[in-house]
Design a protein around this ligand. Structure first.
Ligand SMILES: [Zn+2]
Ligand SMILES: [Zn+2]
Length: 351
C-alpha cells in the first residue's frame, strides 16, 4: 500500500490557493473504508472553493483536500465494517449524517442538523485515495463506467428534485441548464414529461447540450420565454418548474411561467435574497414551493440505480460528461468548468 499520494488541496483562502500536493494516504477508522479513486467529477461547489467566494470563505478551513463526486474501488476496510469489502466498486453519498438527531431519526438524514460534507467540512476525494464512512458507501452497477458512476451525486440532486413532484404527462420548465439542469431534462423526458422547456441565461453551449439530451424547446433569458411557453401550453403555463440555476430572477420567472396550482421545486443555492408579492405570485396562484437539498438517503440512490438501467438515460449522461482530464491537469479542468463551455467534467485519477 502506498504511503503517499497526490491530492488537490486548497492550501490558502484565496482564488489561487489550490495546489496539487504530495500528502500522506489517509488511514481508515474502524467504521471507514479506504477507496482508491478512479474517477472524480467537478461540482459547482468545487468551483466555489476554487474561486474562494463568500460562501467558501465562510465555510472552508484550509488546508483541505476538496472534491466529493467520485467512483473508485475499496482497498481497505475498518474492523467494524460489514457492508463493504476490498475490491468493491463504489461511489459515496457525500452528506455524512450524525444518525442521532431528530432529522436523521425521522427519515430526513439528508438535512441532518450536524451534516458534514466530504470535500467541504472533512477531507474530500480529489486525491488518489480517500477515506469515507462505510455508512456512506454506495455499490455501483459494474455495467456502468466509472465516469457515469462519478456523477451520481448531482444526478441524485436532479432525481430528488424531479420526484418531489409529478412530471409524467406534464409540461415542465427547467431553469438553469448547467449539468444538473441537463440531467433533469433527460430524466423528465425519459420518464414521460409532455414537453420540457429548458431555459438558460446566455450560454448557448449549455442550451445546445440541453437540446441534445431531449429538451423540446430551449431559451436564453433575453428571449420572449413567457410568450412562447404560454403559446405552447395553450395559455395554461407549465405544470412544474424545476429551478436549478440558483438565480433569484429565475425563481420570479419560474413563478411567472407556472400554471395555477402548479409546483416549483428549488434546488439552487441563492446568494441573493428575494422579495415576492406572495398574494399574487403564490397564494392566489395556489402554487406549491418546495426546497430541495441533497439526496434522500438512500431512496434517491435506489431510484437512480433503477433509472440508470435505462440505456437512453445512461447514454444521455455520457453526452452530459463533455470533458475528461487527467488528474494532474486539474487546473485546466477547473478553468474549462469556469468558462461555462462544458457539461460535466470528470478527472481520470487512477485505474
Ligand atoms: Zn456535487
Ligand atoms: Zn443527524
Amino acid at each position: 500500500m502506498a504511503e503517499e499520494m497526490q491530492a488537490v488541496v486548497k492550501v490558502r483562502g484565496e482564488p489561487n490557493g489550490t495546489e496539487l500536493l504530495t500528502v500522506d494516504v489517509p488511514r481508515p477508522g474502524v467504521n471507514d473504508v479506504l477507496i482508491k479513486i478512479k474517477t472524480a467529477s467537478i461540482c459547482g461547489t468545487d468551483v466555489h472553493i476554487f474561486n474562494w467566494d463568500a460562501w467558501s470563505a465562510n465555510r472552508i478551513k484550509p488546508p483541505l483536500i476538496y472534491g466529493h463526486e467520485f467512483a473508485g474501488e475499496i482497498v481497505e476496510v475498518g474492523n467494524n465494517v460489514k457492508n463493504a469489502k476490498v475490491g468493491d466498486h463504489v461511489s459515496g453519498e457525500c452528506h455524512i449524517a450524525c444518525g442521532y438527531c431528530f432529522n436523521c431519526r425521522s427519515g430526513l438524514a439528508h438535512v441532518c442538523k450536524d451534516t458534514k460534507i466530504f470535500g467541504v467540512d472533512v477531507p474530500g476525494i480529489f486525491a488518489e485515495y480517500a477515506v469515507i464512512p462505510a455508512a456512506n458507501v454506495w455499490h455501483n452497477d459494474p455495467a456502468l463506467s466509472p465516469e457515469i458512476c462519478s456523477i451520481q451525486d448531482p444526478l441524485g440532486n436532479a432525481i430528488h428534485t424531479i420526484f418531489s413532484t409529478d412530471v409524467v404527462g406534464r409540461d415542465v420548465a427547467v431553469l438553469g441548464v448547467g449539468p444538473i439542469g441537463a440531467m433533469a431534462v433527460s430524466i423528465c423526458k425519459n420518464i414521460g414529461a409532455a414537453q420540457v422547456f429548458a431555459i438558460g441565461r446566455k450560454n448557448t453551449y449549455r442550451t445546445e447540450l440541453a437540446k441534445k439530451v431531449g429538451a423540446d424547446f430551449t431559451y436564453l433569458a433575453a428571449d420572449d420565454v413567457k410568450g412562447d411557453v404560454m403559446d405552447k401550453t395553450d395559455g395554461k403555463g407549465v405544470d412544474v418548474v424545476l429551478e436549478m440555476s440558483g438565480n433569484t430572477n429565475a425563481v420570479v420567472q419560474g413563478l411567472d411561467l407556472l400554471r395555477p396550482g402548479g409546483t416549483i421545486s428549488l434546488l439552487g443555492v441563492y446568494a441573493d435574497k428575494l422579495t415576492l408579492d406572495l398574494s399574487t405570485q403564490v397564494v392566489f396562484k395556489y402554487a406549491t414551493i418546495k426546497g430541495i437539498n441533497g439526496r434522500l438517503m438512500f431512496d434517491t440512490w435506489y431510484r437512480m440505480k433503477g433509472l440508470l438501467k435505462n440505456e437512453r438515460i445512461a447514454n444521455d449522461m455520457k453526452t452530459i460528461i463533455t470533458h475528461n482530464y487527467e488528474f494532474k491537469d486539474f487546473q485546466q479542468a477547473m478553468e474549462k468548468m469556469r468558462s461555462g463551455n462544458s457539461g460535466k467534467i470528470t478527472l481520470h485519477v487512477g485505474d
